[in-house]
Design a protein around this ligand. Structure first.
Ligand code: BJW
Length: 265
């Protein structure tokens, strides 16, 4: 596909309407979200210079198996803090727009598939019913020692023991994907399938720096989909996207959804 829309970077309402009209014609919309979509719910992102988690904490120590095995208590204290923030958080208008969009597209007999890198479950809480969680879920845990151990939900928040242990006193770890770890194969296949089959992919609130998630919109584009990015900042995807809308997801996604709904046939 050519890059004819690629000069469409910015925040004016004509551009937003053009992107919404492209989405309105889609029989299959796929979505990829990242930490920025939850920023307006009070959850910090990772890579923002002042406020991002990686500005304050070392990713190798907190988001790798090696860091966890070196100091499980330290890693669990960090996850316990984040679990408490997530527990207090509520979905924002960006999450709500995607939930309404899914419902509306299904009502019209069309397909809407949401893929997220977020572990906070806020899309589910907003009402999205079919969410592929590429990097896991902050409420799920599993035994660190037993390969392929079954994950289960741990609601205790704040945690009453750090690090938490299972029934047989085994050490538990968050059921999330750390650097150097494989993503769940079934989730990854489904996400790439959505990229191959969709007509439009909306990419919101991600720096598009972390792989393999960042390859999913690129694949959608190569397979002929129109890619719409929503982000206040330029990212490594912006040059590839057909429309790169500058603004927050809480502000732009409801407006884009409302316009797409009003013009969809
Ligand atoms: C707003 C906003 C508002 C703000 N509205 N927007 C190929 C090439 C290069 C490297 C690799 C590669 N393949 C693998 C790698 C290595 C690595 C990787 O990608 N490293 C890069 C950093 C270079 N990948 C992996 O290790 C992955 N595993 C893997 O590939 O396995 C195979 C393998 C194994 C062994 C060897 C080799 C290969 C696993 C990656 C797991 C990532 N895990 C984390 C932690 C999850 C658990 C947790 O949360 O605790 O996932 S790291 C962190 O980054 C988290 C996020 O999901 C992920 C992405 O971040 P995201 O969502 O994009 O957030 P930010 O902060 O980066 O961006 C926020 C954006 O929002 C910004 O753009 C803002 O502007 C915007 N924003 N407010 C809208 N209101």
């Amino acid at each position: 596909m050519d890059n004819k829309h690629n000069t469409n970077r910015g925040s004016d309402s004509a551009m937003l309407k053009a992107a919404a009209e492209a989405a309105a014609g889609a029989h299959y919309i796929a979505v990829m979200t990242g930490a920025g979509v939850s920023a307006e719910s009070g959850i910090p992102t990772f890579r923002e210079a002042q406020t991002g988690l990686w500005a304050k904490y070392d990713p190798v120590m907190l988001a790798s198996y090696e860091g966890f095995m070196q100091d499980p208590e330290n890693v669990w204290r960090w996850y316990d803090m984040r679990r408490q923030k997530v527990r207090e958080a509520r979905p924002n208008p960006g999450h709500n727009a995607f939930a309404s969009w899914e419902q509306e597209w299904r009502r019209r007999g069309r397909t809407f598939q949401l893929v997220t890198q977020n572990i906070d479950d806020l899309h589910g809480l907003a009402g999205s019913s079919d969410v592929i969680e590429l990097h896991g879920n902050i409420w799920m845990v599993r035994s660190v020692d037993t390969p392929h151990s079954k994950a289960f939900r741990l609601d205790d928040c704040p945690l009453s023991e750090i690090p938490p242990r299972g029934k047989d006193e085994e050490l538990l770890r968050p059921h999330v994907v750390w650097f150097g770890e494989m993503l769940d194969e079934k989730n990854l296949i489904e996400a790439f399938r959505a990229a191959a089959e969709c007509d439009v992919m909306i990419v919101a609130g991600t720096s598009s720096l972390v792989y393999p998630a960042a390859a999913i919109p690129i694949m959608a584009k190569r397979e002929g989909a129109i890619v719409i990015e929503v982000n206040p900042e330029d990212t490594s995807l912006s040059a590839e996207a057909d429309y790169s809308l500058r603004g927050t997801s809480g502000e732009l996604l409801p407006a884009m959804y409302e316009h797409a709904k009003s013009v969809a046939d």
